[in-house]
Design a binder for this molecule. Sequence first.
Ligand code: ADE
Length: 253
Amino acid sequence: MTFDIVTIFPAMFEQPLAAGVIGRAIERGVLDVKIRDLRDFTADRHRVVDDVPFGGGPGMVLKADPMFRAIDAIEADRGQPLTVVLTSPQGARLTQETAQRLSRLAHVAILCGRYEGVDERVRERVSEELSIGDYVLTGGELPAMVILEAVARLVPGVVGDEQSVAADSFSRGLLDFPQYTRPATLTVPGPRGPADRSVPDVLLSGNHADIRRWRKREAVARTLERRPDLLTGADLDGEEQEILREMIAQRHK
Ligand code: ADE
């Protein structure tokens, strides 16, 4: 899959794209990510990318022209069809479902906005506007990286273990069960002094059927406790549905 990111801070992408799963996928050629400096698409000597807003007010607005030239350049380089995403707090909230839909595309361009704004006419060339949550950041660079991560890890071959992608919390609408690793017993400092904390016995039992059931119970319990909203659209198997019914009945006792 191919990504083009248009930004006024290209350096912000260097380390995140070099590290970990994404870095390896780029190295292997499963992902092709090109960072494009918006300033390279200006036509003036001072390479100006922003200007004061018409009508007055604080802050600067990203100019439309350099964005248009950047989109033209990407189109010329990569060919149509092009899905253009603009990051903005006014956009639709990014969800796992959106990430899944985008991961099926061959090519996505992401325009990084600035929080003060982007000339409204840029939106005419944007396929969708995405927000990563109801809070305001100073710019669209971190959101662009978040979108890229969420989408790219769903592209076959990016994450080594396809099973771990399929088992994701938000793919099925269940939060993850608790995980432990060695040592089996650990001394944890607490308000009333250190206490020994052990891994649940079932995980050390070697009984795979019991472990599977315990994990399902924990996942359902956590989701019911922390994110009951997810359960409405959740894709639960028969056993999980039964566990959920039991837990709800218990609560009403
Ligand atoms: N730009 C500033 N804040 C943002 C957010 N929450 N999501 C996407 N882009 C943004």
